[in-house]
Design a binder for this molecule. Sequence first.
Ligand SMILES: Nc1ncnc2c1ncn2[C@@H]1O[C@H](COP(=O)(O)OP(=O)(O)OP(=O)(O)O)[C@@H](O)[C@H]1O
Ligand SMILES: [Mg+2]
Length: 301
Amino acid sequence: MYAIETAGLSKAFRNIYAVQNLNLKVPEGSIYGFIGENGSGKSTTEKLICGLLNPSGGEIRLYGKHYTDAGIRARMGVLIENPGCFPGSTVYQNLMMQALNLGIEKPKAEVERVLKLVSMAGAADRKFRQCSLGMKQRLGVAQSLLGRPRLLVLDEPINGLDADGMRIVRETLIELSREEGVTILISSHILGELSKIATHYGIIRNGTLIKELREDEMSEECRDFVFVKTNNDTQAVSVLSQKYREVEQKDGGIRVYDETESANVNGLMYSNGLSVNEISFQKIGLEEYYLRIMSRKGEVA
Ligand SMILES: Nc1ncnc2c1ncn2[C@@H]1O[C@H](COP(=O)(O)OP(=O)(O)OP(=O)(O)O)[C@@H](O)[C@H]1O
Ligand SMILES: [Mg+2]
């Protein structure tokens, strides 16, 4: 079953579509990385899923039920854009107000639990307005975790976090996913960080989903290769193509995809009288894959 499934989801603001015919499938228990350029419709999609905006068309189902289902909505944690906090109240007070609003039993223990999860227990008495951007961001994550949600929707939760802050949020999310089976929809621009936690990816452009894939499919796309530069790349390509299926000239050198040992490529070059100027083993990261997809304008996968 899908934790989130949208069909033909659309949202127009004054006749301009921010989200158009979007079919998103977020499997239960997944950490779904939602990627797209500025203005591509990520936050709008997330607001629609959370019921903060009304769709102009299409459907949203959460765990197979209509997205307005009260039982499901009660088990949803949300952080979209900024955490709604009172600037003059402390971190603890802000969380407590929300815990009381949500009708959480034993709110004190729950607030302490979430503060600990994001390593903010030491900053509990700090006024919100005196918090750094990273602290505010972590407080927002803490807020979304109140009441042990089954489904988390997090819009750029690691924006503005330093390496340590990112690690804390990353470890928290992985733990929630693995140990409690929480499903997490997370948008982020920090693709390197996202690739450390996501089990699925959705890439959105101009309000339309252009690619949805699992982590293993992504790894397949982000394959390893040996990169080599020689004194005669044209000849090298022809030599390499006799042995390897996928050989590509790129970035002023040659990529050999179906090889993991640079020594093998080096040996082949040497035995064909070519000299190697540079050789290395490399991997296409999520960042490069994403840029490649985005550069194929107009094409829909
Ligand atoms: N309330 C609104 N009224 C009018 N247009 C809006 C409104 N909210 C969003 N938009 C427009 O919808 C489009 C999608 O915006 P959205 O905020 O969903 O993008 P995003 O992918 O979250 O971008 P970012 O990476 O910058 O956060 C943009 O063109 C934006 O200007
Ligand atoms: Mg946004």
